[in-house]
Design a protein around this ligand. Sequence first.
Ligand SMILES: *[C@@H]1O[C@H](CO)[C@@H](O)[C@H](O)[C@H]1NC(C)=O
Ligand SMILES: *[C@@H]1O[C@H](CO)[C@@H](O)[C@H](O)[C@H]1NC(C)=O
Ligand SMILES: *[C@@H]1O[C@H](CO)[C@@H](O)[C@H](O)[C@H]1NC(C)=O
Ligand SMILES: *[C@@H]1O[C@H](CO)[C@@H](O)[C@H](O)[C@H]1NC(C)=O
Ligand SMILES: *[C@@H]1O[C@H](CO)[C@@H](O)[C@H](O)[C@H]1NC(C)=O
Ligand SMILES: *[C@@H]1O[C@H](CO)[C@@H](O)[C@H](O)[C@H]1NC(C)=O
Length: 544
Amino acid sequence: MLFRTALPLFLLASPANSLANFGGRLNIQGAQSVNFWKLKTLPKVAAVRVGASPSDLASSSSLAASFPEYTFTQPLDHFFNTTNATFEQHYWLNTRHYTPGTGAPVIVIDGGEDDGPDRLPYLDTGIADILASATGGIALVLEHRYYGQSVGVSDFSTDSLRWLNNKQALEDSANFMRSVKFPGIDEDMTAPNTPWIYYGGSYAGARSAHMKVLYPDIVYGSLASSAVTHAALSNWEYMDVIRLAADPVCSANLVRSIEVVDSLLQNPQTHNLVKGLFNLTGLESDQDFVSEILQDPLGSWQNKNWDPAVNDPSFDEFCNALNGNTSTVADTNKTVDLPGDVKVNIALLNYAKYVRDNIVSSCPTDSGATVEECFGTNDASRYQATDLSQEWRLWTFQVCTQWGYFTTAPPSEDTPAIISRLIDLDYLHKICIQAFPPGKYFTVPSLPDIASVNVLGSFDIAADRLAFIDGQIDPWRPDTPHSQYYAKPRPDTIIRPFKLIPGAVHHWDENGLANHSAEPPEIKAIHEQEVAFVQTWLKDFQKP
Ligand SMILES: *[C@@H]1O[C@H](CO)[C@@H](O)[C@H](O)[C@H]1NC(C)=O
Ligand SMILES: *[C@@H]1O[C@H](CO)[C@@H](O)[C@H](O)[C@H]1NC(C)=O
Ligand SMILES: *[C@@H]1O[C@H](CO)[C@@H](O)[C@H](O)[C@H]1NC(C)=O
Ligand SMILES: *[C@@H]1O[C@H](CO)[C@@H](O)[C@H](O)[C@H]1NC(C)=O
Ligand SMILES: *[C@@H]1O[C@H](CO)[C@@H](O)[C@H](O)[C@H]1NC(C)=O
Ligand SMILES: *[C@@H]1O[C@H](CO)[C@@H](O)[C@H](O)[C@H]1NC(C)=O
């Protein structure tokens, strides 16, 4: 996934903090994040059209030129004969290391909830290339149905999205593995005659684990990195990981600032004053106000990366702004008197300035837009365009139907919060009702059917030749088998590897450097371990 660093916020990488350019789209959620998606993505598309050329576009197209792109025809409905329609599933092939006639494996990178081309760095210098190089195998990126160009519908209405679900999308991979014929390769590379090693990170990591348990006969081995195998309605732990792992001064400033905001909002005398600090008195709903404050700066934590070339520095920049020029909480926690005998901590004033400069300023008020139009979420009609450019609808639909992950405040008042306690499930879930009115053939459930995910194992999911790799301070770790809140300890063995990368965030093993010896020690180490266990697994492979 390509990170667009150092661009102004409104140009900053599309996919709203996509888990991809950000690692995908996993943290798109709630109507406010759709507002952000629009503010960031639409100007970017416009900028590209008028000839601006973000450097990342250039690098992604040059990678696309290094790996041939092919398509594979899939039925839109594998199971129920509700349509005879098909779509072309796109994939990109790396045959650099392929040694024919040696029983070499196929390594697949599951594209997950992102466009395939965003995953090409993993095929070039990341884990797919590393494993292919070590085994003489073929590596590929397989795009997920409905994402990128692998689209078989003419719009993203509720009815058109009804074939976007886990069962159908997993069967795509199985069908592909059983029957693909790679252009230019004479050997039969299909499963189970050839060992297939499945890799995914994040949502795709969960898919990698699910493939291993649902299709043990064709998936020889799986690597599930930052695999969110536990679906949850309320995902308050996400922000709790950040609170505990962030710079302690920044974290204390956040907790205190949020406390002050929540308390000033409750008092009619100070209600408008606090919104005014952020230049957001024009925003009607207090929940929209606080969701805006929290949304952008905190979501960038998961986009930290060990490789400076792909790292998103936004979170650290935000902390620097919040902490100001002082390095102690004692200083930033000092109060300042505002008119009306209101006292606020200095950090909150820094916070407000950051939000005004970086977020509120992206609202084109000079062209007549109001902050309500930019950041209000009450008008459902703004979430009902269904044309194919509304890519935010895809992961949002998956969230609303199966996955959940609404980032609420902690359920207990005793747990300090870095997001406002006004952010609750009803508020975040509202987008599911606004964006997906009932169709003729399909109705989104009243709450996501997380049981349909968790029945596959949740925190306890396990199989031989299924590896879990997680990051110690990944905000998604609470939803993986390494959950520090809920999962049972497990041994780490060759047949069931269970690796926690120290100091790592979200699927940090997926990318690599062209010169692997120059990777930081913990990244070099995990790559070496992954090579070692995959090679050991492959020694036991037998054709059926
Ligand atoms: C779908 O159609 C095929 C071919 O007509 C048939 O074999 C199959 O049983 C049908 N499946 C269902 C679930 O109706
Ligand atoms: C699919 O094609 C078969 C054979 O032509 C036809 O009988 C069936 O009605 C079609 N199904 C749908 C849903 O259009
Ligand atoms: C506050 O917002 C108004 C329009 O809503 C804008 O004209 C003004 O420049 C903003 N002020 C600051 C300090 O950002
Ligand atoms: C930090 O200090 C510099 C120089 O004293 C000053 O120009 C700047 O505005 C200060 N920044 C903040 C956030 O207080
Ligand atoms: C900040 O100030 C508040 C109010 O005086 C106090 O309750 C809180 O403990 C302080 N926080 C820190 C981290 O010093
Ligand atoms: C690769 O990185 C190592 C460690 O930093 C360095 O010693 C070596 O010169 C690099 N090799 C190349 C070809 O750049």
